[in-house]
Design a binder for this molecule. Structure first.
Ligand SMILES: [Zn+2]
Ligand SMILES: [Zn+2]
Length: 319
């Protein structure tokens, strides 16, 4: 694997020498849960092979698998797809989401980290069994079940992600972190035990854990969207299916979002009217809450989330 990869890369470099710094870049996101006995070995291998190859982004490795969002020159798309799929036998069929990087630059450097867990979700008394996750749904099944009364769709992202875009008919579990959301999940869905429950998130990784958790709590009809919203959108485009994901989606961190449809789902926190503006943090630093506010209300409240916060802000400035 080691030598073969280097040879292939050299071949690519020779062919595309001038294009390697080309501006057209593509973002790959993928994950795979499987036992990695020695994460340090993989860490060293990736450091060696990815540094100085114009690869940017984040790669997390842990004993439970790998999770990555990286930006690469478009010209090396096929090379890197193969590179990551060839890492282990378990990654051979790994699903890799991709999309073109737009004008905003996604990453400035490459960070590879060894972590205890791929997504932090420490829950007492719960051992995660990757093999015991829910049943995968593709885009056409998602469309089929979305308006079926026997199915409940649940958004497994943070509240601020749900606010700007989500599937029509889906529930949100109000929370700021994934850990908080996982804790609430079984109780929140308890009254839907007899229904088919479909979970979804951006790229699918969170639902590997959340569906396994629900099954651990005795829920039986549990599904999740294969490859998450990103894959759904791709499948819908490729197969000319109707798209039921409305609004915008945050990709890989809270700074960048992708517009999927022109629908404006977000509402001003103050006057509750629809607004197309982005999230801001409350200007009162003691609050620092993340919210959406229309221009008019923002001016009125000096970009504070509430009258109370505006009062505190003024006290600080004038006293
Ligand atoms: Zn407003
Ligand atoms: Zn505030």
């Amino acid at each position: 694997m080691f030598k073969k990869n280097q040879l292939v890369f050299k071949k690519y470099l020779n062919n595309f020498c001038e294009d390697i710094h080309c501006k057209k870049r593509v973002i790959l996101s993928f994950y795979k849960y499987f036992l990695i006995i020695n994460p340090e070995n993989l860490f060293n291998f990736l450091q060696f092979h990815l540094k100085n190859k114009n690869v940017l982004g984040r790669i997390y490795i842990s004993k439970e698998g790998i999770n990555a969002v990286i930006s690469i020159p478009f010209i090396l798309y096929n090379y890197f797809k193969r590179f990551f799929r060839n890492l282990y036998s378990k990654t051979r069929k790994m699903y890799i989401n991709y999309f073109f990087e737009n004008k905003k630059i996604a990453f400035w450097d490459l960070r590879i980290k060894i972590k205890n867990q791929l997504v932090s979700s420490k829950i007492i008394n719960f051992n995660f069994y990757p093999n015991n996750c829910g049943i995968y749904l593709n885009a056409s099944l998602v469309n089929k079940y979305l308006f079926n009364k026997n199915f409940i769709f649940v958004d497994m992202r943070n509240s601020y992600e749900y606010e700007i875009g989500h599937f029509s008919n889906s529930l949100s579990i109000p929370s700021k972190t994934f850990r908080e959301q996982l804790k609430k999940l079984p109780y929140y869905l308890n009254s839907y035990r007899d229904k088919n429950i479909v979970l979804y998130c951006t790229g699918g990784i969170r639902c590997e854990k959340s569906t396994a958790l629900l099954k651990y709590y005795g829920f039986s009809k549990i599904y999740h969207i294969y490859g998450g919203i990103l894959s759904y959108i791709q499948q819908v485009k490729q197969n000319n299916l109707p798209n039921y994901f409305k609004g915008k989606i945050f990709v890989f961190d809270s700074r960048l979002f992708k517009k999927i449809t022109n629908d404006i789902l977000s509402k001003c926190i103050t006057c509750k009217k629809n607004t197309n503006r982005s999230h801001i943090n409350c200007f009162n630093n003691f609050c620092h809450r993340l919210f959406i506010q229309c221009k008019k209300c923002s001016i009125k409240l000096n970009s504070c989330c509430s009258v109370e916060c505006r009062r505190i802000l003024y006290k600080k400035i004038y006293l």
